[in-house]
Ligand binder design. Structure first.
Ligand code: TTP
Ligand code: MG
Length: 362
């Protein structure tokens, strides 16, 4: 079956949100990052809009250098809350086009639309529709790439930025990739580029034309991966973000089997506390709460309740656990183990937080 994988990447994301909220910045160079303090500021550029890129400014450049290149630019400190909000809204929209949805950073996601689109015409329509919807509802632009593998879709989304759509026909992916510089392949940075160049490999076509065994000989494991990408052999599926971590759970075995309600309640409380430390730390929301009980003799029971909306509420959860436990409270048999599982997780903000931390910590 044909595979249609879409990669969506927001354009100049943080800067686009600022321009959206301050229309007077439209058409001006906007730089998000540390305070430039007349060119003496420390820290780096988070991102900048396409106007600012004309001055050679880019992510991770020292802010003082950016200032030297463009003192008339508009320099803004990042407003992460706003970006997370916009990112969540965009991800909801992308996800609404396909259940096979994988968010990979604060501003990019894959969807598999093979089951939704019959041909490339459909893909084009869907992509245009998605772009329009994001623009209409969130007020920013996205670039989209479509191909039959994840890596080519990602290369394609980067091909016509900003606000571009690049659809690579399955039978023409080699023509598309061949003339591109090897740094277009995610993972080949400046350092590896030099190394590849020394071996005479400059464009992706050079990789396609090198036999696999030679690639492995010269570049090892990485050579094999890059060769697979260039030859359309990246078989990775679009993983469902929601399913990346399916559940979090904790169980405790009593020192001695018990029927003492106070002791059981204390154990549930302890487990619930521990789980919610994790919930807070990783900013996880859950919808399904499961009680687990093991009676003497190893008989195990589970009982679940699913909430209408994602929750992080410790009190509500312990009440539901006690509600579910009622069924067993009159049982004569003693209890050996109790546990709580939280599932049906929303881990999106988790990905975003990790992402932000990476940027903040450099
Ligand atoms: P990117 O998608 O890499 O960049 P971008 O969206 O700003 O621009 P492009 O149009 O080329 O996609 O990153 C998404 C956001 O992540 C970006 O807006 C700001 C943040 N970020 C940093 O804070 N530091 C960095 O070094 C990078 C690369 C991104
Ligand atoms: Mg982006």
């Amino acid at each position: 079956m044909k595979r249609f994988i879409l990669h969506c990447d927001l354009d100049a994301f943080f800067a686009s949100v600022e321009v959206r909220d301050n229309p007077e910045y439209q058409d001006k160079p906007v730089i998000i990052g540390a305070d430039p303090k007349d060119g003496k500021g420390r820290g780096v550029v988070s991102t900048c809009n396409y106007e600012a890129r004309k001055f050679g400014i880019h992510s991770a450049m020292p802010i003082s250098q950016a200032y030297n290149r463009c003192p008339q630019g508009i320099y803004l400190k990042p407003n992460f809350e706003k970006y997370i909000q916009a990112s969540n809204e965009v991800m909801e929209i992308i996800n609404s086009y396909s259940q096979k949805f994988q968010q990979v950073s604060i501003d990019e996601a894959y969807i598999d639309i093979s089951e939704i689109c019959v041909n490339l015409e459909d893909v084009k329509k869907l992509s245009l529709n998605l772009q329009q919807k994001i623009h209409e509802l969130v007020g920013i632009t996205v670039s989209i790439g479509c191909a039959s593998t994840k890596s080519i879709a990602k290369i394609a989304s980067d091909f016509k930025k900003p606000n571009g759509i690049t659809i690579v026909k399955p039978e023409e992916f080699k023509e598309f990739l061949s003339p591109l510089d090897i740094t277009r392949i995610p993972g080949i940075g400046k350092k590896s580029k030099e190394y590849y160049n020394k071996q005479g490999i400059r464009v992706i076509g050079d990789i396609i034309n090198t036999p696999l065994h030679r690639m492995i000989e010269k570049f090892g494991k990485n050579g094999k991966w890059v060769w697979d990408i260039a030859n359309g052999l990246d078989k990775r599926e679009v993983k469902n973000s929601m399913r990346e971590r399916k559940s979090i759970s904790k169980e405790r075995t009593f020192f001695k089997d018990t029927n003492d309600f106070q002791e059981i309640l204390a154990k549930f409380d302890e487990i619930n506390e521990k789980l919610h430390e994790k919930v807070q730390k990783d900013n996880i929301s859950y919808k399904t709460i499961t009680l687990k009980i093991r009676l003497e003799g190893f008989l195990t029971y589970t009982r679940s309740k699913t909430l209408p909306n994602p929750s992080q509420n410790k009190e509500k959860t312990i009440n539901i656990i006690l509600e579910l436990f009622k069924e067993f409270s009159n049982d004569k048999r003693k209890i050996r183990l109790v546990g709580i599982k939280l599932s049906n997780l929303t881990s999106r903000s988790n990905i975003i937080q990790k992402d932000l931390l990476n940027f903040v910590n450099g």
